[in-house]
Design a protein around this ligand. Structure first.
Ligand code: SF4
Length: 447
């Protein structure tokens, strides 16, 4: 899709440019040296944009210090300030970073006041050459928009268009838009609608594409690739973030793979494809296990999401760490990959669906360890969506369609949510998974 081009520092984002890859720090922004160190590793791993949370006006000084230290070392990667809730912080930080991400859903509770503050932010950004990302999330749509359209992909796209229109009215064109969800179907539908609406409007801003709260490991990578590749294959997406509940540096090889593949610099290791109705048998000669997973997710994600296919089975080989070919079917990887792909495309659920945010500077506990522990204790459950979220400020609002939420509060305390309702608060983290399991089991008995 032909888009405008947006300049973020010395990085250009838009349809004529290569796909830009980005990630986000999970350090505390007030720990300046730790954040600088993480940025160094991200830049060395190929991050073209780095996002850092700025929870309060007091943190503006911290991101300024981080930026100054990076620039002094010759690291010129543009910085994006991530803002939730505080328009005052957005206004204060805009002159000091290359881009500001705002979440309109929580920019201000009052819709008219949110509009007024956003227009003020556009003026500050215009004055300082700062770009903006209008970053909506499925889980945090404003009440105003959900009353009109429900909590749907249409609501996400309509909400984004309100903010897009304000930018157009103000003649502010340094704008990137994102509509993230952890549900791949919702993500794809929302971006398709937004692309259509912007084309009808006659002004098309670049898209930042990602599947939020995708989790970690194989599942997080496959889910991200299914959602992102479906959109990139349709020409939707100019910058991408793969969100993993891991060291954020791990996101970059996956993002680079996707960017290279859809910039046509990299090709799938698929060597043969047999179709029998809506069943596919795919043969690969993959250079590694990870490459097999990514190739398969991109080769079949869109076809499964769009119901062109119902099933895929896998044959051929991948190479292990020693370079030895391993039979995909005989090793059991083929069956596992088919299960993972069908779940990522939301066609068949063979295990709980996990929603986990990547964590950021707002996270006050060991999110990665907690997520692993929750997965280990709940993997036997079926037909349940469990969210593990990094902060009590944003986590509950963001965990869109989760049945249960485990939200770390900090100070070794956890809140447990049933849907959007907190059912236990401030419980010790040593008891939290037991209590979560008790609640899930008693709920299942009552059903
Ligand atoms: S939900 Fe997770 S990623 Fe979002 S603000 Fe909280 S800790 Fe950060």
């Amino acid at each position: 899709m032909e888009t405008r081009t947006v300049q973020v520092g010395d990085v250009l984002i838009g349809s004529r440019e290569s796909i830009v890859i980005q990630t986000m720090c999970n350090t505390h922004t007030n720990e300046v040296e730790a954040t600088v160190e993480q940025c160094r590793r991200m830049a060395a791993a190929g991050a073209q944009l780095i996002r850092i949370t700025v929870p309060s006006v007091a943190d503006v000084e911290h991101i300024r210090a981080i930026r100054a230290l990076l620039r002094a070392e010759g690291i010129t990667t543009p910085l994006v300030a991530d803002i939730h809730f505080s328009s005052a912080t957005a206004l204060a930080v805009a002159p000091h970073v290359e881009k500001v991400r705002i979440n309109p859903g929580n920019f201000h509770r009052d819709h008219d006041e949110a509009r007024r503050q956003f227009l003020e932010l556009l003026d500050v950004c215009k004055q300082h050459g700062t770009a903006i990302r209008i970053g909506l999330n499925h889980g945090s749509l404003g009440e105003y928009i959900t009353n009109l359209y429900g909590n749907t992909p249409l609501a996400m796209a309509k909400a984004a268009m309100e903010w897009v229109d304000m930018c157009i009215e103000r003649k502010f064109y340094q704008v990137v838009v994102s509509l993230k969800a952890s549900n791949t179907l919702v993500v794809v539908e929302a971006y398709r609608l937004l692309a259509q609406f912007m084309q009808e409007r006659g002004v098309v801003f670049p898209l930042h594409v990602g599947v939020t709260e995708a989790g970690n490991g194989d599942s997080g990578r496959i889910k991200s690739c299914v959602g992102i590749s479906t959109l990139l294959a349709e020409g939707l997406g100019n910058t991408i973030r793969v969100s993993l509940t891991e060291d954020p540096v791990n996101e970059l090889p996956v993002a680079r793979y996707l960017a290279d593949r859809y910039d046509h610099r990299l090709y799938s290791s698929l060597t043969n494809l047999k179709l029998e109705g809506k069943k596919a048998v795919a043969t690969y000669e993959a250079p590694s296990r990870e490459r097999l997973l990514l190739d398969a997710a991109c080769d079949f994600g869109k076809r499964l999401l769009d119901k062109e296919l119902d099933e895929v089975s896998f044959a051929g080989t991948y190479r292990d760490e020693t370079g030895t070919p391993v039979d995909i079917d005989a090793s059991g990887l083929g069956a596992y990959l088919a299960d993972e792909l069908l779940q990522a495309a939301r066609r068949r659920f063979y295990k709980p669906e996990y929603v986990a945010c990547p964590g950021c500077g707002r996270t006050m506990y060991d999110l990665q360890a907690a997520f692993e522990a929750v997965k280990a204790r709940t993997s036997h459950l079926k037909n349940v969506v469990i969210a593990v979220m990094g902060c009590i400020v944003n986590g509950p609002g963001e965990m869109a369609d989760a049945d249960w939420g485990y939200v770390g509060e900090g100070n070794h305390k956890v809140s447990i949510y049933k849907g959007k309702t907190p059912v236990l608060r401030h419980i010790p983290d040593t008891e939290a998974i037991d209590r979560l399991l008790e609640l899930i089991e008693s709920d299942a008995k009552e059903a």
